[in-house]
Design a protein around this ligand. Structure first.
Ligand SMILES: [Zn+2]
Length: 100
């Protein structure tokens, strides 16, 4: 799924500042951060929506990565408190300009 910008980043075909990566998940800084420390956490295999995850190993890897990335942000001094937002599909992105 190389048309997908997230897959391009995961496969290192598009530059990004990757802060965490394992065999299942890649986390990188958002190019247009909504807040300091805005990180995107993506499965390494293309999955567009949460309900499309078919293997518990992937959902477990995602949750473990969210915890690890949260600890990285806290240990770096960027934050003590944090939000985790999970968007499913283009119209679910709550921080995008809805006027377009
Ligand atoms: Zn993708």
């Amino acid at each position: 799924m190389e048309k997908c910008v997230f897959c391009q980043i995961v496969n290192k075909n598009k530059p990004a500042y990757i802060i965490y990566q394992n065999k299942d998940v890649t986390a990188f800084l958002d190019i247009n951060p909504a807040a300091k420390g805005h990180v995107l956490v993506c499965p390494n295999n293309h999955i567009e929506k949460l309900n499309e995850i078919q293997h518990p190993s992937i959902s477990n890897a995602l949750m473990e990565s969210l915890i690890n990335v949260s600890n990285l942000l806290i240990q770096s001094g960027l934050c003590n408190d944090y939000s985790i937002v999970q968007a499913n599909g283009d119209s679910a992105c709550i921080w995008q300009n809805k006027s377009t």
